[in-house]
Write a protein that binds this ligand. Structure first.
Ligand code: NAD
Ligand code: UDP
Length: 330
């Protein structure tokens, strides 16, 4: 490995999945703090547009590759964030075997890279490892309730296996690995056709199309604004003592799907109505993070309530959709 030789405050950080929704905000925040950032992404569900503004930054560079292929980075790395994995149900179910391999083989490749570089490693895990939870709210010591043969398993079980790889590497003393269990997060840079609830409802309302509620709309989710999540990820990566267990990161504010639809309709002038569509198989009924651990270890809690984050996200989508329409007209 090449000798580390740089200003003490400047870290070299690899962000796998950095061209995605969360990853692009994380790259920007790390650059803002004076770090050098290498973004590695296959553009499977991310986009060059998400990192367009960062490409001009002298400390930003981009590597286009799949994490399932062997990864070779020469420059000495201090930290590796692994966010590379499709996160929206229709996208991760489109090629389920590749999704599973991304979490297992891909995370394995990145952990080996972390070991070679003696870099601290952070895995973006998910509340989906709790499956359709029988305990509410979800604490980190709950083992979960996942159907390992259902259509969501490629994501849920892949992420569970990735957590296992991280904790085995930690126990073996080969990598200082940390695991963030991320709950539903929303904000600018979600793709209009991402398929997740917040982007679907906003795009539908802006286009005067009916909002599609899957099932009765009584199922719940807890929505975290992306800037809060990014702050939590950076704190977990940099906390001096490894928590030696996963840490939930999410906003405990819990809403039914119907409440979210009504909130979106109240914030956008639209002719949209509400329609119901079938509930996808294994769709979890309730989800809310217990964030006691993150509060105690990281002094972290979300600051942006849905009533503030939603209008900011709507305003970003309004501009993005107008840009798309202008490009189509050309
Ligand atoms: P996203 O789909 O916008 O971003 C994922 C990024 O990873 C994309 O840029 C994609 O191109 C890249 N990618 C996917 N597979 C890859 C591969 N095999 N090799 C290289 N790059 C690959 O999703 P997101 O919402 O930004 O989620 C980021 C991470 O956070 C994911 O790991 C996801 O599981 C986790 N997470 C997100 C949420 C959320 O609500 N946003 C919730 C829980 C967990
Ligand atoms: N959902 C919905 N309409 C949509 C998209 C999603 O009613 O257009 C529901 C979905 O069935 C689930 C919740 O919203 O109950 C959150 O779905 P999302 O795909 O955003 O995240 P996840 O299910 O992975 O938590």
């Amino acid at each position: 490995m090449a000798k580390r030789n740089r200003a003490k405050h400047e870290k070299v950080i690899l962000v796998a999945g950095g061209a995605g929704f969360v990853g692009s905000h994380l790259c920007a925040a790390l650059l803002d703090r004076g770090n050098r950032v290498i973004c590695l992404d296959s553009y499977l569900t991310g986009s060059p547009a998400n990192v367009d503004a960062l490409q001009r930054h002298p400390k930003f560079s981009m590597v286009e590759q799949d994490i399932c292929d062997e990864i070779d980075i020469e420059v000495p790395l201090d930290q590796i964030y692994n966010l590379a994995c499709p996160a929206s149900p229709p996208h991760y179910q489109a090629d389920p075997i590749h999704t599973m391999m991304t979490s297992v083989a891909g995370t394995g490749n990145l952990l080996r890279l972390a070991e070679r570089h003696e870099a601290v490693f952070l895995q973006a895990s998910t509340s989906e490892i709790y499956g359709d939870p029988e305990k509410h709210p979800q604490q980190e010591d709950y083992w979960g309730h996942v159907n390992c043969t259902g259509p969501r398993a490629c994501y849920d079980e892949g992420k569970r296996a990735a957590e296992t790889l991280c904790f085995d590497s930690l126990r073996a003393g080969s990598v200082d690995a940390r695991v963030a269990r991320i709950f539903n997060t929303y904000g600018p840079h979600m793709r209009p056709n991402d398929g997740r609830i917040v982007s679907n409802f906003i795009v539908q309302a802006l286009n005067n199309e009916p909002l599609t509620i899957y099932g009765s709309g009584e199922q719940t989710r807890s929505f975290c604004y992306v800037s809060d999540l990014v702050e939590g990820l950076i704190r977990l990566m940099n906390c001096t003592l490894n928590p030696e267990g996963a840490v939930n990161l999410g906003n405990p504010g819990e809403f039914t799907v119907m409440e979210l639809a009504e909130l979106v309709l109240s914030k956008i002038k639209t002719t949209s109505s509400i329609v119901h569509a079938p509930l996808p198989e294994d769709d979890p009924l309730r989800r809310r993070p217990d964030i006691t651990r993150a509060k105690a270890l990281l002094d972290w809690e979300p600051k942006v309530p849905l009533t503030e984050g939603l209008p900011q996200t709507i305003s970003w989508f309004r501009t993005a959709l107008a840009k798309n329409r202008a490009t189509e007209r050309r």
